[in-house]
Design a protein around this ligand. Structure first.
Ligand SMILES: Cc1cc2nc3c(=O)[nH]c(=O)nc-3n(C[C@H](O)[C@H](O)[C@H](O)COP(=O)(O)OP(=O)(O)OC[C@H]3O[C@@H](n4cnc5c(N)ncnc54)[C@H](O)[C@@H]3O)c2cc1C
Length: 355
């Protein structure tokens, strides 16, 4: 008697969620991972990677290192039919089960080597500048300001944010703590203004409020691009909500599609968009898919309960501001939890890598 041939699982997006689900399933099905990069990156360490090359080394890993059984396709996915994923390169990849995990699009290089060169160049630029303008007061802008001021306390740093407060994804108390920390380190923070990035003279920038900022170098930390635009003409287009998030059921399947799952920041789940939750989505989805792959019934599938609201924003290597279920703390205690290693060692272990 012939055993049934293994099913095809296609994972689109090899970020925090997609890479983990591919790892869990690689010995249970024919798994294909589609991503425009050849490597995985612990993306929240990228601000530290700009000032400390050892973090760039540890937070980037070739997929082939921990996904030896997975077929890798280095391309953007461009469309989905009932049975195939089409890539921008022209591949047609058949699936029995599909996982959509394209939280964000990064303008990153394709290979890890190119990625490391990019970080080295960013470091050189920061090091050689005596004044730096950071645009954007979300977690990226605030964490980057913290990293630069920690590594190079003598540089003049100006952070301009369009909104009324920093860190608008969490509460105003946390915003205030972040602002106080930055100003105590002599970072100039300008709120409620934008910057014209075409300099009037070399290194001279105008804000929307008429202020002049002189900077040798600027770094734009305004919103990373969402990874849902490619879905707008696919069979799941009607499952996108008004914010471009995929509407999922209690098993993290795209509503109305029994063999299509969505995990990570692309989902419309009522919870903060955080990597530790994206990992929980991946764990639960892998468990449910393993059940389905051996012919288990849908009634036995695990149900996802949206996670508690926990956010840590690092402020240099020692301090942080954290919001846990509405409770705010700042300083070295939350810093002890996140800021020394930025969860890089812990995350590497989760993906089966030495810390
Ligand atoms: C500054 C900062 C600090 C953070 N700190 C923390 C923290 O301390 N703890 C925490 O838990 N979370 C943190 N986060 C949040 C965390 O980074 C995200 O929640 C997490 O990365 C989401 O994972 P994901 O897999 O859904 O998406 P992503 O990590 O964004 O991965 C998406 C993947 O999809 C790929 N992709 C996109 N489009 C396509 C396409 N068309 N075809 C194929 N592939 C595609 C991309 O190349 C990428 O590899 C932080 C975020 C920021 C910005």
């Amino acid at each position: 008697m012939h055993s049934k041939s293994p099913k095809n699982v296609v994972v689109v997006g090899g970020g925090i969620a997609g890479a983990l689900v591919a790892k869990h399933l690689q010995n249970h099905a024919h798994v294909t991972l589609i991503d425009p990069k050849e490597y995985f990156e612990i993306i929240w360490a990228s601000m530290r990677s700009m000032v400390d090359q050892s973090f760039a080394e540890r937070s980037t890993v070739d997929y082939s290192e921990f996904l030896p059984q997975v077929k890798l396709i280095t391309s953007y996915a461009a469309n989905i039919t009932e049975s195939e994923v089409l890539t921008a390169k022209g591949d047609r990849v058949p699936y029995d089960y599909l996982v959509i995990a394209t939280g964000h699009v990064y303008s990153d290089p394709i290979t890890r080597t190119e990625g490391l060169i990019k970080y080295q160049e960013a470091f050189d630029k920061i090091k050689s500048s005596s004044s730096i303008l950071i645009i954007g007061g979300g977690p990226s802008g605030v964490e980057l300001a913290g990293e630069i001021v920690n590594e190079f306390p003598d540089k003049k740093i100006t952070l301009v944010h369009r909104g009324p407060r920093l860190l608008q994804f969490i509460g105003s108390k946390a915003s205030q703590k972040g602002l106080e920390w930055l100003t105590s380190k002599k970072v100039e923070v300008i709120l409620n203004q934008s910057v014209n990035l075409t300099p009037t003279l070399e290194g001279v920038y105008q804000t929307s409020g008429g202020e002049t900022i002189v900077a040798d170098h600027y770094i734009n930390c305004t919103g990373i691009q969402s990874g849902s635009s490619w879905l707008k003409d696919t069979i799941v287009m009607n499952n996108l909500d008004m914010h471009g998030k995929l509407i999922v059921d209690k098993h993290l399947r795209v509503d109305g599609h029994r063999n299509i799952f969505a995990i990570g920041d692309i989902t419309n789940l009522p919870e903060l968009k955080q990597g530790y939750l994206a990992m929980r989505h991946a764990d639960l989805t892998a468990k449910n898919m393993k059940l389905l792959l051996v012919g288990g019934t849908e009634e036995k599938m695990a149900v996802y309960k949206p996670g508690r609201s926990i956010a840590f924003v690092s402020l240099g290597k020692k301090d942080a501001v954290a919001e846990i279920n509405g409770f705010t703390m700042s300083g070295c205690f939350p810093g002890l939890i996140k800021s020394g290693d930025l969860f890089v060692g812990k995350t590497r272990k989760t993906y089966g890598l030495q810390s």
